[in-house]
Design a protein around this ligand. Structure first.
Ligand code: TA6
Length: 290
């Protein structure tokens, strides 16, 4: 399947862990994207260490939440406010997407486009017609563009997140800039306004308001910065499960909190978006090492 996209030594659809993955290698980086969930599970710029954190205990494939990489959370972020029995972070991340195109670009990067449309299954959960496209550019940076198309005759409201797990050398040597002076909804304590850089020394689950720009993860242990930029997103989430929550998740190693942090580009809370019939909405984010 998808043999038409094969470029020997550079592009192929491969199978492992019971799922299909698009594997991309070019002079600038290498990456893998699971077709179930259009989920980037690997991204390593040339000459650098892996950017993304992946749990060794994760499952893969249709119906399975992948723990790590870049979960695509849509058409809601976190719990569904009208029906908490619906899947956390929406339903699209466990559904099979189709691979539409793979293009090697003149700058040496590679563009992959995956898409999914509404189905009987999706309409049973969320009764709207849509097309969703994810464009992933694999270059010296990892760039993701998530485009929603309202193919229905009624407007709909979406929340969404690119819920990215970043790999760090040692969480104790990490600080995160970009949230100074920003207020947050704190899911594990009292709401507050951030002063200075974020450091992680306990469970952190914070949804920051009014964050139109990105952030920078300073990783003193791996001696690198992860520069996060974004577009059409005014909320961002910082999450680290810390000790107890790590132990409570079967697909998360007990010590996993020491080498990961999520910094998520979102349309969450007051930043949910209404998409009119025939209209599109695109949220973007990019990750570069320096
Ligand atoms: O974005 C942070 C968060 O909402 C946490 O509350 C935690 O639930 C995390 O997402 C992971 O959610 P998941 O459904 O992928 O286990």
């Amino acid at each position: 399947m998808y043999e038409q996209f094969t470029i020997p030594g550079r592009v192929a659809v491969v199978e492992h862990d019971g799922a299909q993955f698009l594997s991309v290698k070019n002079q600038l980086a290498e990456a893998e994207i699971c077709l179930a969930g259009a989920h980037v599970t690997k991204f390593r710029p040339a000459g650098q260490e892996e950017l993304l954190w992946m749990s060794p205990l994760s499952g893969y494939g249709v119906g399975k939440k992948i723990r790590g990489g870049v979960p695509v959370c849509w058409p809601w972020f976190s719990k569904n406010t009208e029906n908490p029995d619906l899947p956390m972070h929406g339903f699209i991340r466990t559904m099979l997407w189709q691979l539409d195109s793979v293009k090697e670009l003149p700058d040496g990067s590679t563009d992959a486009v995956l898409s999914i449309r509404d189905s009987e299954e999706s309409r049973a959960l969320w009764n709207h017609k849509f097309q969703l496209l994810l464009t992933v550019n694999i270059g010296s940076a990892l760039t993701l563009k998530l485009k929603t198309v309202n193919t229905d005759d009624q407007p709909f409201t979406i929340g969404q997140a690119l819920h990215t797990y970043f790999r760090v050398g040692d969480i104790a040597a990490v600080s995160i800039d970009g949230f100074d002076g920003k207020s947050c909804l704190n899911k594990v304590g009292d709401d507050f306004t951030q002063r200075g850089p974020i450091v992680i020394d306990k469970e952190v689950d914070e949804v920051f308001h009014d964050v139109p720009d990105g952030a920078v993860i300073h990783d003193a242990s791996l001696k690198r910065d992860i520069v996060i930029t974004k577009g059409n997103s005014r909320t961002s989430v910082v999450w680290n499960p810390w000790i107890a929550k790590s132990k409570s998740m079967a697909d998360f190693p007990d010590d996993g909190y020491l080498t990961m942090v999520c910094v998520e580009t979102t349309n969450a809370l007051e930043d949910v978006r209404v998409v009119q019939p025939g209209e599109t909405l695109e949220m973007t984010t990019a990750y570069a090492l320096r």
